[in-house]
Design a protein around this ligand. Structure first.
Ligand code: HEM
Ligand code: HEM
Length: 411
């Protein structure tokens, strides 16, 4: 038993090391804005740039600001690529205690289907969040020189404006919010819902215009934890659990008794997979609670179902399977339940891992091919064993195996 736990530990160590090297952390911090954007901003009256940043992880939006503190005059320029036929770019200030969508006093530029560029002011309320039309409305900022244009050599659509900041906006804690959307209501100055991923939800920041420094509300604090959450879930539910299933199905004597102690290996894999996966799930719950203003309900529901059913499997295994009752029929149903839940867990885990990868937009990185590689290898091993098993089963059933003696007789 001790030997087995040592080998299980070394397997886990290798798996964890492998994952940490494959899914090594990416740098998600906002960068200084690009040279071209900076020089364009300087040409456009933002002479002494107070703040200039490119939000690489947030649709690559670039924002430059110039504050004249005495007069509380703030010049802003916000640029982004609107790649689709229609699109909109928004930027605004939130006078509330946190940088968030609801309460933002926004300037929005819209690119319509026929190529017109429209612009207006919008007060974003909680009604917007629940899906009511977002139409132009008065805002509590004094705005001048507001325009929305296209800069050909940058391929950027750009919002530019001058704002006289009311006293309730603290220049050392200024909440700014930006957003990019694709859909626009036909014939109206009405931007429609933006995409629902972290790239669009992490688009808020509280900045200190005196020091020129910004502190992202979520990106900087929790993106590493998000990756840890992803890695733990991929190891637990996405790797160890399927390996345990392959051991139970194909190593217990059919097609070959390769692992005499298959049951112990199966239990070790499932227990460790459960502990790692459950830790990943708990981190996910923590992340969900930490990001108060948005959520991923489907991912959360699937995740919690995976955790709940995996817990039932473990409890069932520990408290019932080892103390079989006298009733064979009940044992049979229990075994059927264990199998059905086990296979369903694998499928739902796969779906949820892909959902998680999509939420974080990691589907455009090496994460997706890496996960497909792992899943593909496990699926390949599973399928090969299945084919061998069925081949052996059919040969046994139709007595297709012939030893040399019977072959002599048939001749
Ligand atoms: C066009 C109409 C819009 C609709 C229907 C809409 C709807 C939503 C919804 C449903 C969420 C996620 C809520 C959740 O998961 O609980 C959200 C989040 C967010 N939206 Fe919008 N939105 C719109 C426009 C805007 C605009 C113009 C901005 C920027 C000025 C913006 C910035 C944000 C941000 C930063 C978040 C992350 C959560 C937060 O900070 O509150 N949205 N939006
Ligand atoms: C089967 C595996 C997984 C389970 C059981 C799971 C579970 C969860 C749960 C319960 C939440 C909380 C959701 C909420 O309350 O809104 C969550 C959030 C999240 N998960 Fe997963 N997850 C899994 C896989 C992944 C993967 C593979 C990734 C990415 C590579 C990922 C990325 C995220 C992100 C980015 C969040 C939101 C964090 C935030 O709100 O800031 N998940 N997950």
């Amino acid at each position: 038993m001790i030997e087995m736990s040592i080998s299980a530990c070394s397997v886990i160590f290798v798996v964890v090391f492998f994952y940490l090297s494959v899914f090594s952390f990416t740098n998600i911090h906002a960068h200084h804005c690009s040279e071209k954007f900076l020089s364009e901003a300087k040409q456009r009256n933002l002479i002494n740039i107070t703040f200039c940043k490119k939000y690489v992880e947030s649709n690559g939006v670039e924002i430059a600001m110039y504050l004249r503190e005495k007069s509380r005059r703030l010049d802003i320029m916000v640029g982004a690529m609107l790649e689709e036929q229609t699109g909109w770019l928004a930027w605004g200030l939130n006078p509330g205690p946190v940088a968030r969508m609801v309460g933002t006093q926004a300037l929005i530029g819209i690119k319509t289907r026929n190529g017109d560029l429209l612009k207006d002011k919008y007060n974003i309320t909680s009604y917007t969040k629940i899906g009511c039309q977002l139409l132009p409305s008065p805002i509590d900022l004094n705005i001048s020189n507001f325009n929305f244009s296209y800069i050909n050599y940058l391929q950027y659509h750009v919002i530019q404006a001058t704002i006289i900041l009311p006293m309730k906006y603290d220049v050392s804690r200024l909440n700014h919010v930006w957003q990019l959307g694709i859909d626009v209501a036909v014939g109206k100055e009405q931007p429609m819902m933006h995409p629902k991923g972290l790239r669009n939800y992490d688009s808020t920041e509280t900045i200190n215009l005196r020091t020129g420094k910004g502190r992202g509300n979520r990106v900087h604090t929790s993106s590493r934890i998000r990756e840890v959450h992803g890695i733990l879930n991929i190891i637990g539910w996405g790797t160890l659990l399927p390996i345990g299933v392959i051991i139970a199905r194909n190593f217990r004597g059919f097609p070959l008794p390769w692992l005499p102690n298959w049951e112990k290996y199966h239990i070790s894999c499932q227990t460790v997979g459960y502990i790692v996966g459950a830790t990943g799930w708990a981190v996910g719950i923590w992340l969900g609670k930490a990001s108060k203003y948005y959520s991923f309900p489907k991912h959360a529901t699937f995740g919690t179902c995976i955790f709940a059913f995996a817990t039932i499997q473990i409890v069932q295994m520990v408290f019932f399977n080892f103390k079989p009752g006298n009733h064979e029929e009940i044992r049979m149903y229990r075994r059927m339940f264990h199998h059905v839940v086990g296979y369903s867990l694998l499928v739902v885990s796969c779906i949820n891992i892909l959902k998680g990868i999509k939420i974080m937009h990691l589907d455009e990185t090496y994460w997706l091919p890496a996960y497909y590689g792992i899943g593909g290898c496990l699926a390949f091993i599973f399928i090969v064993f299945e084919i061998v098993s069925w081949f052996k089963f059919l040969c046994d059933k139709f007595k297709l195996w012939m030893d040399p003696v019977s072959r002599l007789h048939t001749k």
